[in-house]
Ligand binder design. Structure first.
Ligand code: PEP
Length: 263
């Protein structure tokens, strides 16, 4: 198995389980899911694991209301790259930060694919979120075609370096990275724990080269792609996997919390 020489599971790296609700969440479903997650989190999740709910923009305020005082964090699925202005339908990082959000997902593969977001644009979004003290969860991951063509290392290196390597050490330490192989998202096909570990260790080695070994050892790298209660333990036991970005299973409170208990 590929180990990064910079790994240290005993470091101060945060364990994070973030639930990306995508375009799901009527008012009623939002209230039910958020209150169940908060109650189960309080009763069952041990200190030290950060649990994040990431609903559509319109559900954020209600989720925050229900999560208040619980320790469960709340994030957004996207932000605009500009500070403010005439961008109808968009939401800036500054607006999100003013609502006291903790995280924002940047560069999810669905944004890259359906909304044409490229690394240069995503670098601007990362800058905006950091400017407003919102921790970006920067997503990267190869398609099936890229993996089958043995291009996955090249693709990941390009996504990570073009999206994040303009940052300084302080900024990168506030950033979370999510490795999400596109072929494993919403398909029921999970990368094996070894495949995921290999890429996580590779990402950490890139970070160590660009920044320092100490900085690289502190950055949480999440895995995403059909994570379920049945495979989370094995994935999270890998030395460079610090948690998960969860799609489908985040819509079931029981599954989501069971995943958060898998460290
Ligand atoms: C995701 O969309 O980030 C994701 C990982 O989805 P799923 O867990 O459904 O594969």
């Amino acid at each position: 198995m590929f180990h990064s020489q910079w790994t240290n599971k005993n470091s101060m790296r945060k364990h994070i389980v973030a639930g990306n609700w995508k375009m799901n969440g009527t008012l009623e479903a939002t209230q039910k899911l958020a209150s169940e997650v908060v109650n189960m989190y309080n009763d069952e999740v041990k200190d030290g694991t950060e649990v994040v709910m990431i609903p559509p923009y319109i559900g954020i305020q209600e989720v925050q209301r229900l999560a208040k005082g619980s320790g469960v964090k709340v994030g957004a699925q996207n932000c605009h790259q500009e500070e403010s202005g005439a961008y109808t339908g968009e939401v800036s990082a500054g607006i999100l930060a003013s609502w006291s959000l903790d995280y924002v997902i940047i560069g999810h593969s669905e944004r890259r694919e359906y909304f044409g977001e490229n690394n240069a644009l995503l670098a601007q979004k990362v800058d905006q979120s950091l400017r407003h003290n919102l921790a970006p969860i920067y997503c990267c991951g190869e398609t099936l075609e890229e993996r089958e063509g043995n291009k996955h290392f090249e693709v990941i290196e390009k996504q990570v370096s073009e999206g994040l390597f303009h940052l300084n050490a302080d900024q990168i330490q506030k950033t979370v990275i999510a490795y999400e192989p596109v072929w494993a998202i919403g398909t029921g096909k999970t990368a094996s724990a070894e495949q995921a570990q290999e890429i996580h260790a590779f990402i950490r080695s890139l970070l160590a080269k660009r920044f320092t070994e100490t900085v690289a050892a502190e950055i949480s790298i999440l895995y995403g792609g059909s994570v379920k209660p049945g495979n989370a333990k094995e994935l999270f036991s890998m030395e460079d996997i610090d948690g998960g970005l969860i799609g489908g299973a985040a819509l079931q409170s029981r599954d989501f919390i069971d995943i958060a208990k898998s460290f």
